[in-house]
Design a binder for this molecule. Structure first.
Ligand code: CDV
Length: 311
């Protein structure tokens, strides 16, 4: 049986603060229809796909904060997306802000199978930014204010004949993200991101350098774990704040096989042969044969760097 999946990264153009979830879902359904016309099996939407990237706003009213969160999934706004995906027999993944019944808030993504059933959930582990208003920054990035670090770890799921994993945005910059999934045999990693085009703490770091770091992270993660990586942006200018595009699909050799041309709603499609992950997993990255865990203790026993003593 062929283990090739036709996968689309469904890049999102900007979502303004005033845009309704219903309007956003209509755009997502339109991308799903395009994916159906291209015979896609799986469509990967972005991080916080239903709203503007609200962590750029410093909010003190909890009711206003909670207005950006979803209390159940699917809900009235997203049901048309679930229904159209199931009708097309397309699996999807997308991100949203999750408010749990017991009051926890996470930056979450889910995997929905071809029948419209949620089969996987991931909650963002590496939350960037800060928790209080920072006057030194040219704009805010308040993920640490609005979300708790994810509590589910980096799981993988057997779906559509393969082993699939998820992470979200800043997670893609951390080798631990990919390796924990790699150690579970991951064959395709899905991720969405909202990345400002400039560094709010370093104006000289602009779109070119940030795109280089984005590609570097995705390509290294794919190669070093011999996995496909599907990365989907929300991009364009949201209420005056530019986010870069660069949605792409990277093969298990670390090569970019498809990438976005715009900073708007756009499908980026590639045929992902999951058997192409085998060679790397059985040779240079045969973890069982080559990993030397007796030397990796610091990875899980400390966070910050501990410098050697001065001589
Ligand atoms: N949404 C994000 O996680 N954005 C971060 C920015 C703040 C650097 C990212 O890693 O792209």
């Amino acid at each position: 049986m062929s283990r090739s999946l036709r996968v689309a990264a469904a890049q999102s153009g900007p979502i303004q603060r005033a845009d309704s979830r219903q309007a956003v879902v209509r755009r997502m359904v339109d991308l799903l229809d395009q994916a159906k016309a291209q015979r896609c099996d799986l469509v990967v939407f972005t991080e916080l796909a239903l709203t503007t990237f609200f962590p750029r706003w410093y909010l003190t009213d909890q009711a206003e904060v909670d207005s950006w969160f979803e209390r159940e999934m699917p809900n009235a706004a997203t049901r048309p997306l679930f229904e159209r995906a199931a009708q097309h027999r397309i699996a999807i993944s997308f991100g949203y802000a999750e408010l749990t019944p017991d009051g926890h808030r996470y930056n979450t993504s889910i995997l929905v199978d071809r029948d419209g059933t949620i089969v996987g959930k991931y909650r963002k582990v590496h939350l960037p930014g800060h928790s209080e208003f920072d006057p030194q920054r040219s704009f805010q990035h308040l993920e640490k204010r609005y979300f708790e670090p994810g509590d589910l770890g980096f799981n993988v799921w057997r779906s559509m004949g393969g082993i699939l994993g998820m992470c979200i945005c800043n997670d893609r910059r951390w080798p631990e993200t990919y390796r924990v999934m790699g150690l579970q045999g991951v064959e395709l990693i899905m991720l969405g991101y909202n990345t400002p085009s400039v560094n709010s703490q370093k104006p000289s770091e602009g779109p070119e350098q940030r795109m280089f770091q984005h590609r570097l992270s995705l390509q290294a993660g794919a190669y070093q774990n011999s996995s496909w990586v599907v990365a989907t942006a929300k991009c364009g200018v949201e209420d005056g704040h530019p986010l870069f595009g660069g949605s792409m699909i990277v093969n298990p050799d670390g090569e970019v096989v498809a990438q976005a041309n715009t900073e708007d709603d756009e499908l980026v499609v590639a045929d992902c042969d999951l058997d192409a992950t085998k060679f790397g997993k059985e040779t240079v990255f045969d973890f069982k044969r080559h990993r030397r865990i007796e030397h990796y203790g610091r990875i899980t026993s400390q966070t910050g760097a501990i410098l050697p003593p001065e001589s």
